[in-house]
Design a protein around this ligand. Structure first.
Ligand code: FES
Ligand SMILES: [Fe+2]
Length: 450
């Protein structure tokens, strides 16, 4: 752990393949300096999830967003093209759009009334004759866009770095799980209006760990697990796996609890739903083939796309976006993704189920938020206490299997380790990782779908 821990910068992760331990320095969750590096390195140089294309379905629709502390306008111009502009007036920097969402052809700054079209062009500058060569001046004063914008299966990503590799290179193995979502229903998927927004007094990485953590499910969500058992549904951790997908992305594949609306029926969905589920499942097999339909329908997936997107493809489908506000504060925005066309009764059941589990007041999310916040409070106990070796969290579960080339289970911590290894690189901290012993040849990244 460094020769003199009082002077040497402590590593952020310590990975030991002789002892089979993996530790994360708790400063990573609370240091303002680490937070600033995340903003400057991670959020500036990778792809970030902005929103879903279906949130702005019509020409002139817009929503405002914040990514890495930068206010943005996410909009569709009058010709139907999707844009992401910095929500800052090119004149003197004022927040240009002060509504959260709506429909408009023009954005007008309230300060000096400069006006812009929704494709970014200047529409009007009051008293423009006062500027030398007003045509050129106008042309140079359009809205500033993000450096890059790409869309995969309706998921819109942006980057502030013009030199970022193509989105699909970044998504890697995660891309296909987004395709699987789009394949769930013939007509594709759409977001429902409305955003669930909540603020958590905890570091954003605690939310990532929690989503990649099947180990906490039974103890933390024991109310929900009890409810499932009472309704006659067995709950098991067997045949559930955690994958490190590389590039910081992670995946849990779950088959041991909870039904999936319109794909796996279970008693709490009611008898009427059973018939509709069977019919839809048969249609999927015909459309996608047995093998693909199995992965799309029978598996629940919790997918983390580094650094700010979580997709909960479980009972229903929730998109969650993480926006770190400070080392110990995170804003979370969530949207429901639903089939464009489905039976109204199935839709009603879906809404009820999603709200009652992953919604901000559901059976799961408040438990999880309490967990992030309790970690953030608890780690103060070992902060700067003169025994730096105590100031680490343990994520070693499943390393003994990993060295043998055995796929880690969802109740292991392999997906989290993949995240942290990538994070250390992405955040650019010299000496950020201390690796003892040799990483085994069988080291597991990715998932073989066959
Ligand atoms: S700052 Fe927007 S018009 Fe002046
Ligand atoms: Fe949870």
């Amino acid at each position: 752990m460094g020769s003199n821990p009082r002077t040497a910068p402590a590593p952020m992760i310590v990975e030991d393949w002789d002892q089979l331990t993996f530790r994360v320095n708790r400063e990573a969750y609370r240091s303002a300096e680490v937070f600033a590096r995340e903003r400057g390195w991670v959020w500036m140089h990778t792809w970030l999830y902005l929103g879903h294309e279906t949130e702005i379905p019509n020409p002139n629709d817009f929503k405002v967003r914040t990514l890495g502390g930068r206010p943005l306008i996410f909009c569709r111009d009058s010709a139907g093209e999707v844009h992401a502009f910095l929500n800052s007036c090119p004149h003197r920097g004022t927040v240009l759009c002060r509504e959260t969402e709506g429909s408009t052809r023009l954005f007008q700054c309230f300060y000096h009334a400069w006006t812009f079209r929704n494709n970014g062009e200047v529409a009007a500058i009051p008293d423009a004759g006062a500027y030398e060569s007003s045509d050129e001046f106008r042309a140079s004063m359009g809205l500033r866009g993000v450096a890059r914008l790409e869309i995969h299966e309706g998921f819109v990503f942006v980057s502030f770095d013009p030199d970022v590799p193509p989105l699909l290179d970044h998504l890697g193995d995660a891309a296909d799980y987004m395709t699987m979502i789009e394949q769930q229903h013939t007509g594709g998927m759409t977001t429902l209006p409305g955003t669930q927004l909540y603020s958590v007094r905890g570091n954003w990485k605690l939310a990532v760990e929690n989503a990649m953590d099947g180990y906490h499910f039974a103890p933390t969500h024991n109310t929900f697990v009890g409810y499932l058992r009472e309704s006659g549904y067995a709950v098991t951790d067997d045949d559930q796996y955690a994958y490190n997908l590389g590039n910081g992305h992670g995946l849990l594949v779950l088959t041991g609890h909870g039904g999936r609306i319109s794909m796996i029926w279970e008693p709490r969905f009611g008898e009427d739903e059973r018939v509709r589920t069977d019919a839809h499942r048969a249609e999927m097999t015909q459309r996608l083939g047995e093998e693909r339909a199995h992965h799309v329908a029978d598996e629940s997936h919790i997918l983390f796309v580094f650094p700010n997107l979580l997709l909960f493809d479980i009972e229903g489908l929730s998109i969650r976006q993480l926006e770190p506000v400070a080392a110990d504060q995170t804003d979370v925005r969530a949207w429901q993704l639903v089939p464009r066309t489905e039976d109204p009764e199935t839709r009603a059941l879906r809404m009820k189920t999603v709200v009652s589990f992953v919604g901000p007041g559901g059976l799961a999310t408040p438990d999880d938020i309490e967990a992030y916040e309790a970690v953030q409070r608890g780690i103060q106990a070992t902060a700067g206490n003169g025994r730096p070796e105590l100031d680490f969290s343990d994520m070693s579960r499943g390393m003994a299997d990993e060295v043998k080339g055995v796929q880690g289970r969802s109740i292991d911590e392999g997906a989290m380790r993949g995240f942290w290894r990538h994070w250390v690189e992405a955040v650019g901290l010299d000496g950020g990782a201390e690796i003892n012993g040799e990483r085994p040849a069988s080291f597991l990244v990715g998932r073989d779908l066959r």
